[in-house]
Design a protein around this ligand. Structure first.
Ligand code: OAD
Length: 230
């Protein structure tokens, strides 16, 4: 049975109303990575880093999944083989659309992480560095998101999935950030057919067998219908 592995990025949530990072007016045009998304930034100014992620959590709470998230949940429910969704996104829109066992390789806004003991716990609303860890009581609370300079989560598991995939699809991601940008090469090296679905060619389009350009809300349901029908 055909195994499908999907990687998603900020572009899949754009039509739900969440800003991407590198498009004009995206998050990295408004904030410097060095100020809000590195361990050094958090050590220097934890309040500022929390404010950035608190604002993103508030926005993410207000939006709904779009037709692309829904189509991937449908693919998972209806495809006869395994469908693994790996996302770089920290929102919960895949889950809101009904997807199961989503691998959040860059973490989740809906969780906090204790920088002292590594405990993770679910959070809603604003969080602050003063929040006590439920396990060790340290006041070292940070968002459970992966910053530049940190290692993404669950990489061994993801590499295993890529190596066993017959189809690999990357959706709404610029291909600028490794290791995710190298997933197509990894999957192709193990025989997967690789499909890119993005508004424009990504930085790693050459690694894919097909590149389909357009909006995720239109292109993804069409691709899913093809896969389920073919
Ligand atoms: P980017 O902002 O780098 O790229 C988003 C991609 O989505 C771009 O190539 C857009 O052309 C495309 N796009 C925008 N709207 C779209 C739409 N409606 N349909 C289809 N495609 C669309 O976001 P990511 O690739 O997810 O990491 O960024 C990767 C990582 O860089 C993020 O997880 C984050 C960021 O820095 C960390 O914070 C560690």
């Amino acid at each position: 049975m055909q195994k499908i592995v999907i990687l998603t990025g900020a572009g899949i949530s754009a039509e739900s109303g969440l800003a991407t990072f590198r498009d004009a007016g995206g998050l990295w045009a408004q904030h410097r990575i060095e100020d809000v998304a590195t361990p050094d930034a958090f050590a220097r100014d934890p309040e500022r880093v929390h404010a950035f992620y608190n604002a993103r959590r508030a926005q993410a709470d207000e939006v709904q999944p779009n037709a692309a998230h829904q189509a991937l949940a449908r693919l998972q429910a209806e495809h006869s083989g395994e469908v693994v969704i790996v996302t770089q996104n920290v929102d919960a829109l895949h889950e809101a659309a009904g997807a199961r066992d989503v691998i959040h390789m860059h973490g989740e806004l809906a969780r906090a992480l204790c920088a002292a003991c590594g405990e993770r716990w679910p959070v809603t609303g604003d969080i602050s560095p003063a929040e006590a860890c439920p396990a060790c009581a340290a006041r070292a609370c940070r968002p459970d998101v992966v910053w530049f300079g940190e290692i993404p989560y669950r990489m061994d598991e993801i590499l295993n999935h890529l190596q066993g995939a017959e189809i690999f699809a990357a959706i709404g991601t610029s291909g600028e950030v490794y290791p995710a940008a190298g997933f197509a090469q990894e999957a192709a090296g193990h025989g997967a057919h690789c499909v890119e679905i993005n508004l424009e060619a990504s930085a790693v389009s050459r690694d894919f067998d097909e590149a389909r350009q357009g909006r995720a809300s239109e292109m993804v349901p069409a691709w899913v219908a093809e896969v389920l029908g073919g």
